[in-house]
Design a protein. Structure first.
Length: 231
Protein backbone atom coordinates (compact mmCIF):
# COMPACT_ATOMS: atom_id res chain seq x y z
CA UNK A 1 0.00 0.00 0.00
CA UNK A 2 2.84 2.39 0.84
CA UNK A 3 4.33 1.77 -2.63
CA UNK A 4 1.46 3.76 -4.13
CA UNK A 5 2.17 6.89 -2.10
CA UNK A 6 3.69 9.76 -4.05
CA UNK A 7 7.33 10.20 -2.81
CA UNK A 8 6.87 13.95 -2.36
CA UNK A 9 3.63 13.42 -0.46
CA UNK A 10 5.23 10.72 1.64
CA UNK A 11 7.98 13.09 2.70
CA UNK A 12 5.40 15.59 3.91
CA UNK A 13 3.44 12.91 5.76
CA UNK A 14 6.53 11.86 7.70
CA UNK A 15 6.70 15.32 9.17
CA UNK A 16 3.44 14.85 11.04
CA UNK A 17 3.83 14.74 14.82
CA UNK A 18 1.60 12.38 16.78
CA UNK A 19 0.51 13.64 20.20
CA UNK A 20 -1.01 11.17 22.68
CA UNK A 21 -3.12 12.21 25.65
CA UNK A 22 -2.36 10.49 28.95
CA UNK A 23 -5.54 10.30 31.07
CA UNK A 24 -8.17 8.01 29.58
CA UNK A 25 -5.86 6.94 26.76
CA UNK A 26 -2.79 5.51 28.49
CA UNK A 27 -3.66 5.89 32.19
CA UNK A 28 -6.93 4.82 33.81
CA UNK A 29 -7.81 8.19 35.34
CA UNK A 30 -11.61 7.95 35.33
CA UNK A 31 -11.92 4.70 37.28
CA UNK A 32 -9.48 5.88 39.95
CA UNK A 33 -11.29 9.22 40.18
CA UNK A 34 -14.57 7.35 40.71
CA UNK A 35 -13.01 5.18 43.42
CA UNK A 36 -11.69 8.28 45.16
CA UNK A 37 -15.29 9.52 45.20
CA UNK A 38 -16.40 6.28 46.84
CA UNK A 39 -18.07 4.85 43.71
CA UNK A 40 -17.63 1.08 43.92
CA UNK A 41 -18.55 0.53 40.27
CA UNK A 42 -15.55 2.59 39.19
CA UNK A 43 -17.77 4.48 36.73
CA UNK A 44 -17.16 8.23 36.89
CA UNK A 45 -20.65 8.84 35.48
CA UNK A 46 -22.04 7.59 38.81
CA UNK A 47 -20.34 10.36 40.81
CA UNK A 48 -23.01 12.71 42.23
CA UNK A 49 -22.59 16.28 40.89
CA UNK A 50 -22.12 17.58 44.42
CA UNK A 51 -19.10 15.28 44.89
CA UNK A 52 -17.22 16.26 41.73
CA UNK A 53 -15.34 19.30 43.07
CA UNK A 54 -14.61 17.85 46.54
CA UNK A 55 -13.16 14.70 44.96
CA UNK A 56 -10.98 16.68 42.55
CA UNK A 57 -9.79 18.75 45.52
CA UNK A 58 -8.61 15.53 47.19
CA UNK A 59 -6.10 15.11 44.36
CA UNK A 60 -4.42 18.47 44.97
CA UNK A 61 -0.95 18.20 46.45
CA UNK A 62 -0.91 14.40 46.21
CA UNK A 63 0.75 11.84 43.93
CA UNK A 64 -2.62 10.77 42.51
CA UNK A 65 -1.45 10.94 38.90
CA UNK A 66 1.77 9.05 39.62
CA UNK A 67 -0.23 6.11 40.96
CA UNK A 68 -2.72 5.68 38.11
CA UNK A 69 -2.95 2.18 36.62
CA UNK A 70 -1.74 1.80 33.06
CA UNK A 71 -4.23 0.47 30.54
CA UNK A 72 -3.19 -2.98 29.20
CA UNK A 73 -3.40 -1.53 25.68
CA UNK A 74 -1.10 1.45 26.34
CA UNK A 75 2.16 -0.02 25.07
CA UNK A 76 0.43 -1.57 22.06
CA UNK A 77 -1.06 1.80 21.13
CA UNK A 78 2.33 3.50 21.38
CA UNK A 79 4.00 0.78 19.31
CA UNK A 80 1.29 1.23 16.69
CA UNK A 81 2.04 4.95 16.48
CA UNK A 82 5.77 4.21 16.23
CA UNK A 83 5.16 1.77 13.39
CA UNK A 84 3.27 4.41 11.41
CA UNK A 85 5.08 7.63 12.26
CA UNK A 86 8.35 6.73 14.01
CA UNK A 87 7.87 8.63 17.28
CA UNK A 88 5.32 10.36 19.48
CA UNK A 89 4.91 13.07 22.09
CA UNK A 90 2.71 13.23 25.18
CA UNK A 91 0.21 16.11 25.30
CA UNK A 92 -1.75 16.14 28.55
CA UNK A 93 -3.58 18.67 30.73
CA UNK A 94 -2.72 19.57 34.35
CA UNK A 95 -5.17 19.50 37.24
CA UNK A 96 -6.72 22.86 38.08
CA UNK A 97 -5.22 24.59 41.14
CA UNK A 98 -2.42 22.02 41.09
CA UNK A 99 -0.56 22.62 37.82
CA UNK A 100 3.06 22.20 38.97
CA UNK A 101 2.39 19.22 41.25
CA UNK A 102 0.16 17.31 38.83
CA UNK A 103 2.64 17.98 36.02
CA UNK A 104 5.49 16.58 38.11
CA UNK A 105 3.60 13.38 38.90
CA UNK A 106 2.42 12.90 35.32
CA UNK A 107 6.02 13.14 34.13
CA UNK A 108 7.00 10.64 36.83
CA UNK A 109 4.25 8.23 35.69
CA UNK A 110 5.36 8.47 32.07
CA UNK A 111 8.98 7.80 33.00
CA UNK A 112 8.13 4.70 35.02
CA UNK A 113 5.19 3.21 33.18
CA UNK A 114 5.83 3.53 29.45
CA UNK A 115 8.20 1.12 27.74
CA UNK A 116 8.76 3.35 24.72
CA UNK A 117 9.42 6.89 25.89
CA UNK A 118 8.03 9.98 24.12
CA UNK A 119 10.37 12.47 22.47
CA UNK A 120 8.71 15.22 24.51
CA UNK A 121 6.23 15.61 27.37
CA UNK A 122 3.94 18.64 27.22
CA UNK A 123 1.55 19.36 30.09
CA UNK A 124 -0.61 22.32 29.13
CA UNK A 125 -4.21 23.48 29.38
CA UNK A 126 -4.67 24.53 25.75
CA UNK A 127 -3.57 21.84 23.32
CA UNK A 128 -4.63 23.62 20.13
CA UNK A 129 -1.37 25.51 19.59
CA UNK A 130 0.24 22.16 18.69
CA UNK A 131 -2.38 21.21 16.08
CA UNK A 132 -0.23 22.23 13.13
CA UNK A 133 3.32 23.18 12.38
CA UNK A 134 4.63 26.52 11.15
CA UNK A 135 4.48 25.36 7.52
CA UNK A 136 0.84 24.28 7.92
CA UNK A 137 1.54 20.56 8.26
CA UNK A 138 -1.26 19.08 10.42
CA UNK A 139 -0.30 17.11 13.49
CA UNK A 140 -2.28 14.20 14.96
CA UNK A 141 -3.90 14.06 18.40
CA UNK A 142 -5.18 10.88 20.06
CA UNK A 143 -7.46 12.01 22.89
CA UNK A 144 -10.44 10.63 24.81
CA UNK A 145 -12.37 13.92 24.96
CA UNK A 146 -14.45 14.88 21.94
CA UNK A 147 -14.19 18.58 22.75
CA UNK A 148 -10.40 18.40 22.58
CA UNK A 149 -10.57 16.64 19.21
CA UNK A 150 -13.03 19.21 17.85
CA UNK A 151 -10.86 22.14 18.90
CA UNK A 152 -7.78 20.42 17.52
CA UNK A 153 -9.44 19.93 14.14
CA UNK A 154 -10.69 23.52 14.12
CA UNK A 155 -7.07 24.59 14.61
CA UNK A 156 -5.92 22.64 11.56
CA UNK A 157 -4.97 19.30 13.06
CA UNK A 158 -6.07 15.68 12.60
CA UNK A 159 -7.71 13.88 15.51
CA UNK A 160 -8.66 10.41 16.69
CA UNK A 161 -11.12 10.20 19.58
CA UNK A 162 -10.19 7.15 21.63
CA UNK A 163 -10.78 6.03 25.21
CA UNK A 164 -8.96 2.85 26.14
CA UNK A 165 -11.74 1.29 28.22
CA UNK A 166 -14.43 2.03 25.63
CA UNK A 167 -12.82 1.80 22.18
CA UNK A 168 -10.87 -0.82 20.26
CA UNK A 169 -7.29 -0.22 19.15
CA UNK A 170 -8.50 -0.95 15.63
CA UNK A 171 -10.12 2.50 15.69
CA UNK A 172 -6.72 4.10 16.22
CA UNK A 173 -5.12 1.87 13.60
CA UNK A 174 -7.70 2.83 10.99
CA UNK A 175 -7.23 6.51 11.72
CA UNK A 176 -3.45 6.30 11.54
CA UNK A 177 -3.61 4.33 8.29
CA UNK A 178 -5.85 6.97 6.75
CA UNK A 179 -3.65 9.85 7.86
CA UNK A 180 -0.54 8.01 6.66
CA UNK A 181 -2.09 7.74 3.20
CA UNK A 182 -2.82 11.44 3.26
CA UNK A 183 -6.58 11.12 3.71
CA UNK A 184 -8.11 14.00 5.68
CA UNK A 185 -11.64 12.63 6.27
CA UNK A 186 -12.33 12.28 10.01
CA UNK A 187 -15.10 10.69 12.09
CA UNK A 188 -17.98 12.74 13.42
CA UNK A 189 -17.94 13.44 17.15
CA UNK A 190 -21.17 12.71 19.02
CA UNK A 191 -21.36 15.57 21.54
CA UNK A 192 -24.24 13.97 23.44
CA UNK A 193 -22.11 10.93 24.29
CA UNK A 194 -19.39 13.23 25.62
CA UNK A 195 -21.57 15.41 27.85
CA UNK A 196 -20.57 13.99 31.25
CA UNK A 197 -16.91 14.02 30.39
CA UNK A 198 -17.11 17.57 29.08
CA UNK A 199 -18.51 18.69 32.44
CA UNK A 200 -15.54 17.07 34.14
CA UNK A 201 -13.19 18.73 31.66
CA UNK A 202 -14.23 22.22 32.76
CA UNK A 203 -14.18 21.18 36.42
CA UNK A 204 -10.58 20.04 36.05
CA UNK A 205 -9.62 23.56 35.00
CA UNK A 206 -11.78 25.23 37.63
CA UNK A 207 -13.60 27.21 34.93
CA UNK A 208 -17.04 27.49 33.44
CA UNK A 209 -17.44 26.66 29.75
CA UNK A 210 -17.61 30.38 28.91
CA UNK A 211 -14.49 31.16 30.96
CA UNK A 212 -12.59 28.34 29.26
CA UNK A 213 -13.71 29.41 25.78
CA UNK A 214 -12.72 33.01 26.56
CA UNK A 215 -9.30 31.82 27.70
CA UNK A 216 -8.84 29.79 24.52
CA UNK A 217 -9.69 32.85 22.42
CA UNK A 218 -7.31 34.99 24.46
CA UNK A 219 -4.45 32.53 23.97
CA UNK A 220 -5.18 32.26 20.25
CA UNK A 221 -5.12 36.06 19.94
CA UNK A 222 -1.82 36.20 21.81
CA UNK A 223 -0.37 33.50 19.54
CA UNK A 224 -1.41 35.46 16.43
CA UNK A 225 0.25 38.56 17.88
CA UNK A 226 3.49 36.64 18.44
CA UNK A 227 3.36 35.20 14.93
CA UNK A 228 2.88 38.67 13.46
CA UNK A 229 5.81 39.97 15.50
CA UNK A 230 8.04 37.17 14.18
CA UNK A 231 7.08 37.87 10.56
Amino acid sequence: MSDNINPIKQKVLKKKIVYIDMDGVLANFFEEWAKLAGIKTGNYKDIPPADIDPTLDKMIGTDFFAQLPKFPTADKLIQMVINFFGSYKILSSPLRNDHANSKMHKIDWIGRKLKIKPTDIIIVGDKTSYAKQADGTPNILIDDLGKNIQRWRSSGGLGIKYQADEDSLSKVQQGLENFKRGELAQEDINEADDKEKETLFYKLFGMSKKEYDDEIRRQAKEQRRRDETKS
